[in-house]
Write a protein that binds this ligand. Sequence first.
Ligand code: NAD
Ligand code: WQD
Length: 336
Amino acid sequence: MTILVTGGAGYIGSHTCVELLEAGYDVIVADNYYNSVPEVLDRVEKITGKKLKRYECDIRDREGLERIFSENKVDAVIHFAGLKAVGESARLPLLYYENNISGSVTLFEVMEKAGCKKIVFSSSATVYGNNPIPYREDMVTGDVSSPYGRTKHFIEKILGDVYNSDNSWSISLLRYFNPIGAHESGLIGEDPNGIPNNLMPYISRVAIGKLEKLTVFGGDYDTKDGTCIRDYIHVVDLAKAHLCAVAKILGTTGIEAYNIGNGKGYSVLDIIHAFEKASGSKLNYVIGGRREGDLPAFYADASKANKELGWTAQYDIDKMCEDTWNFQKKNPDGIK
Ligand code: NAD
Ligand code: WQD
């Protein structure tokens, strides 16, 4: 079976490629390397001892995508390619709509033309907006606070319309919670350009001495210690969820959304303390003001993925922090 992985050189995509190759799939990666480097794919091959096929291709490039489908028999697509910085999306909404939505529509059109109607899409817990916690898949979605989040909501809806128009599609919408951690080898992990927006890469850059201190965004929320609560999920657990989703869509038709989270909430201070334990040293941090748009607390009800995909998260926050720190120590300047 051959799986096309768009955005396969990125953080979650690269970990998923490892799991796919180890499970015996043939893997094709299409990535424009906007937020990644080809070296990541060399490392995926090093970890697995297997080769993957790669195309430097933008998903907005219809001819480039058509070439991939004409040169290969693709059985299913895992679609990671997209821009993901929430703050940037508010400054550059058209870039996000163009890249994420236009790119996705082009991909779906090319798939349809090629007769490949099986897809796993990277959605996000952000589509739940202000719903009560824990989030469940049957809740109404779309009350989102950023253009980025809206791209995820719209793409879910577009795929819903595609399925309604043609029931031979098989579509899995995976709503990720907060992925952190790295592959145990320390060869691949999260390696954002510039100053990180997300908590874990920020913490690890403070710990390695590249950034001076972490500012905790808000210490006065109505939570157990005043800091925000999130559902952190090890990226390898997340990658494995894709294997379960691919196995399911290969044998069925339909459209389903699944929460991919641990089902447990941890505060920012919990994460800082777990990271300090993993790294063996104190982290320099201060409690600052709230970040606009942050919700006080959210976590998943992940029982549907367990029941229907046979997937459940294995790793706890200690392991997430240990693997993040291992990756950071082995790659103090990132992956070039
Ligand atoms: P990432 O930036 O590390 O990976 C995305 C990859 O897509 C990169 O390699 C980038 O170069 C590529 N890409 C972007 N635009 C492209 C285009 N037009 N054509 C081809 N390639 C393109 O991000 P990630 O953390 O691995 O996220 C993967 C997916 O999961 C994204 O769609 C993201 O929105 C979604 N997601 C991420 C998180 C998270 O916290 N990391 C949470 C929920 C959902
Ligand atoms: C986690 C917690 C911050 C940085 C975002 C997207 C979401 C999804 C995952 C893609 C929050 C706090 C952070 C810092 C801090 N991505 N924090 N200091 O905001 O939960 O989710 O990434 O789909 O859509 O919105 O993740 O890692 O930015 O923040 O205190 O320097 O850490 O306030 O409570 P978030 P995050």
